[in-house]
Design a protein. Sequence first.
Length: 589
Amino acid sequence: MTYRAPVRDLAFSLEAAADLGRLAQAFPGADRDTVQAVLEAAGDFAAEVLAPLNRPGDLAGAAYENGSVTAAPGFAEAYKQFADGGWMGLAADPAWGGQGLPKALDLAVSEMVQAANLSFGLCPILTQGAADAIEKNGTKRQKALYLPKLVSGQWTGAMNLTESQSGSDLGGVATRAEPEGDGFRLTGQKIFITWGDHDAAENIVHLVLARLPDAPEGSRGLSLFLAPKFLVGEDGTLGPRNNLRCAYIEHKLGIHASPTCVMLYEGARAELVGAPHAGLAAMFVMMNAARLQVGVQGVAIAERAYQQALAYALERRQGRSPWTGDYPARLYDQPDVRRTLMLAKARIEAGRGLCLTTAVAADLGRLARGPAAQEAARQREALLTPIAKAWCTDMGVEVASAALQVHGGMGFIEEIGAAQYYRDARILPIYEGTNGIHAIDLVGRKLLLGGGQAVRDLIGEIATTAVSLQAADGAVLHAVGARLEAGAAAAEQASDWLAGRRGPSEADLLAGATAYLKLLGDVIGGWMLGKGALAAAARLAAGEGAEDYFKGKIALARLYAEQVLTLTPGMAAAVTQGAEVMEVAAEAL
Ligand SMILES: Cc1cc2nc3c(=O)[nH]c(=O)nc-3n(C[C@H](O)[C@H](O)[C@H](O)COP(=O)(O)OP(=O)(O)OC[C@H]3O[C@@H](n4cnc5c(N)ncnc54)[C@H](O)[C@@H]3O)c2cc1C
């Protein structure tokens, strides 16, 4: 089945859930017409150029031969079109050739790219992340030399953190950097490097975490280096190959067309980015941008899988429908299948709203009026990022699984396509920091932001939306508001309990981390849908037309409230259970 870009839903989410209007002062060029035009053009490109390459890319994969990687069939040509279309630099600074549009709009575009072709979409994610890291940490010379090429997409970027002994804990990174002349030589091996080698662009800019000779132990001894595949002259021209190469590519469960490379650094020439031993902080710029993008990948794969399941449910007939009396009836007219589809759609819209809201916070963190507003926005972005990454990627896997289930046995047959989405989705909770690590980040660091005020403010805003829903016209909105209010109360109770579990009760804090992230994600999802329902009700009242569409938004909020928000008090109990119950010897398990 082909991909249908959800331009209307994205535009609705940007306005109703993520409050894109708050960016009007900072981005006067991003008016409603521009946003619509960009979304439509991106949707066409995703559906017509990228989506048709998805299944062939899964079958053929990227190829490795004699030390070089060839991108999957058609990918290099599509990449050229992507770069020529200016998509890489949509949100980048015009000083480097970007278009200076909001990150939130760029993320909406990215959702369509990722949904059309997840393997392809990883290349721009890493390239934009590398550009961000150089922009924040690089010297004037590094910015002038590398940013225009990355922003235009002429060169791509890759992120080199992981080594076989060092994954979640980067303190064990062993790649060495020896000073030589006015630069450095890198020696070591990195594994799992996405788009670490390929033939789709003329150069690859590797950002590499490595250790200087005098480096302290652990993660505080890491520095960030830039090592290009082809050496770059001072005028930007390409020189000889650097001493780095791909040893082989991994054979994976999914995303076959994304080359996952084992990279060998054999005295590769490199330059330092940022201060010595401050590499992890510098790399965090790239990691944070990528985390939100991976959250978007979760939404995207869910949308793609959902679209296919909906199409199948409208076509396939089985059993009698209690609604229509038809025999055989469309699967769509079986209540359990309809519930599955609606819940999937509601969770997609919840995740979409969460990612776009995080991106709006990122935009405001740079450009809001006044330092206090900027700091509040930065804290909001920092708080929401691990939730967007982990909640949306777990949701992506679950929705891809549910969408496969809607196909019955056909879902398990590769030719149908649902299986690819499920396989592709499974990496998302693992890379860019496993979801477990993001949950620990949430309870360990993000809960403390502003002395706990950041999370209190967030829950306060959710409670305010719950009040608005209960004050609005209509029993359905009242019911959604009541469920959201209970969800906000559960989130508050769990947050307070965790805040009291620091120090000696750290095991309690960590044991509740994943349940807490899910609880906050579920409640934020209800908030996004509640805001959408309020906006839809306002448009219905204004007689804008498209009644079915807006009624659908209210129905999704109601279903989510009854199927998800009702469970939040139970989730709070799971968060606050503590670690004692797990004091069980391994032999007992
Ligand atoms: C397809 C693919 C692409 C990738 N792309 C890149 C890339 O471009 N660049 C790059 O540098 N890396 C990349 N990675 C690596 C990826 O980021 C790591 O696999 C990931 O961070 C997890 O590290 P690990 O595999 O060593 O797992 P481990 O760290 O060994 O973790 C194993 C399990 O233990 C849990 N765990 C670990 N530590 C703790 C703890 N302290 N508390 C609680 N639970 C814990 C984890 O959540 C996980 O479930 C990629 C990986 C894959 C598979």
